[in-house]
Design a protein around this ligand. Structure first.
Ligand code: LLP
Length: 434
């Protein structure tokens, strides 16, 4: 367990408490697998971003990338703490609508928005659309004609071609990326802006980029500020309007294992703000708004995934602790070779540790939750708590192997609230026709 990260977790003999709530009691009441979020950690992280990402020179916006963990309760928390939210699908926008949050604070992203989704964005009063391509600009202009009374704010997503050291699948600024308009395609960018500006009810407000995810280096963000500022200056010389907003995306790394060295939020924010102050002055540009879009770093470390050990098997090489879930509720290990840390919660928690592998129950060799971890001897019925499971865990869960989706609870100061009910077997098949 990492010191200081899990401030509200206390290991007790045969049990653990998160923010004063017994993990064993949660397992008894809601079953496992179960996602548990420490609400105080969620809100203090949001507040840290809101406090640290502030400037006297320009307005600052913190947009939570809801794809990391999206549900009504989470979106309401963001709204209450002053964050904007990004959405990448009608489903995410609809969740925000049903959560009752202010949809003018939604940033609508995605490389392949449908006309249906764009229409709904106008109808629902979505605040900002991040246009990914010239083709999307054309589609948006055509949709905008059906909503003459509604004005839509837009940013254009630029691929700044900045190398980011992370897993290939979560790099987004590589030359072969499907996202955005490559930064050197200035003609294409100007054409896209001209298309947007051809509609009376579309406002072109600025530039967006997102360089990748789970990044520990801050240098690429400084580079992104420089690249976008250069581009803004260049575009402004050809446009009658100025670039109002520069949105630098998210991607700030978090702790999963001791190999990970996340930057404090204050340092991340200061580095980006300092770079903006220096570079904007140097180039003589004056954007009114600077935006960041953290997803993972708001939810990862606040979230835990609780399993029950359901079988212990000695195989040729590995000793397996099998748990009652796996890649259906946590696909990141299988998809990205992502590594996690865990603790056993059982009577033997203080006994000598041995090298084991945590295996899931899906019928697939890749369904390994953690390969090679030192844990005390387990017995069936012990609980296993996976740390830093709050980002892209529940959000990427599926019914693979007809595993019902797990429930999600928020815990805070000894209180628990269920925010997503565990899916029942009947709910899982109720859409199926005979
Ligand atoms: N903004 C944009 C435009 C994005 O595409 C993303 C993430 C973010 C912000 C938030 O990035 P974050 O702060 O969460 O790193 N499923 C993968 C991660 C995919 C990230 C996609 N875009 C994973 O489990 O690692």
């Amino acid at each position: 367990m990492k010191e200081n990260v899990f401030g509200s977790l206390i290991m007790q003999d045969g049990d653990a408490a998160i923010s004063g709530v017994s993990v064993r009691a949660l397992a008894d009441q809601y079953g496992t697998p179960l996602y548990i979020y420490d609400e105080n950690t969620l809100t203090s992280t949001m507040d840290a971003y809101m406090d640290e990402f502030r400037s006297d020179e320009f307005e600052t916006r913190v947009v939570y990338a809801t794809k990391a963990f999206n549900c009504k309760a989470m979106l309401k928390l963001c709204d209450a703490h002053g964050l904007y939210c990004d959405a990448v699908s009608l489903g995410e926008i609809y969740t925000a609508k049903r959560a009752g949050i202010d949809l003018s604070k939604i940033y609508f992203h995605g490389n392949n928005k449908t006309a249906f989704e764009l229409n709904r964005a106008f109808e629902y009063g979505v605040g900002t659309i991040i246009v990914d391509s010239k083709e999307e600009a054309e589609k948006l202009v055509s949709v905008a004609k059906d909503h003459p009374e509604t004005s839509m704010r837009t940013l254009i997503r630029v691929n700044p071609l900045i190398e980011a050291h992370t897993h290939k699948h979560i790099q987004t600024a590589a030359p072969d990326s499907k996202f955005g308009i490559p930064i050197m395609m200035k003609e294409r960018l100007l054409e896209t802006i001209a298309i947007l500006q051809s509609a009376d009810n579309i406002h072109f407000a600025g530039l967006h980029c997102h360089i990748g995810s789970q990044l520990f280096e801050l240098e690429p963000y400084i580079k992104a500020v420089e690249e976008l500022a250069d581009l803004a200056l260049d575009l402004e010389s050809s446009l009658s309007s100025s670039i109002e907003e520069i949105d630098l995306g998210g991607g700030f790394g978090v702790w999963y294992t001791d190999a990970d060295t996340p930057n404090p939020i204050a340092l991340t924010c200061k580095t980006i703000l300092d770079a903006c102050n220096t570079v904007f002055k140097e180039k003589g540009i004056t954007p009114k708004i600077v935006t960041i879009e953290p997803g993972r770093s708001i939810v990862a470390e606040a979230g835990y995934l609780l399993y029950t050990v359901t079988m212990i098997k000695q195989s040729l090489k590995d000793k397996f602790y099998f748990v009652d879930g796996g890649m259906s509720d946590l696909i990141r290990p299988a998809l990205y070779q992502a590594e996690y840390t865990a603790d056993l919660i059982g009577d033997s928690a203080n006994e000598e540790k041995e090298l084991v592998t945590i295996g899931g129950k899906c019928c697939e060799s890749g369904d390994i939750v953690i390969r090679d971890i030192m844990l005390p001897p387990a017995k069936e019925g012990d609980l296993l708590l996976i740390y830093s499971a709050g980002a892209y865990g529940y959000a990427m869960a599926s019914n693979y192997n007809k595993q019902p989706l797990p429930g999600v609870v928020f815990v805070k100061d000894g209180q628990t609230r269920l925010v997503i009910r565990p899916q029942t077997l009947d709910e899982m098949i109720e859409r199926e026709c005979d």
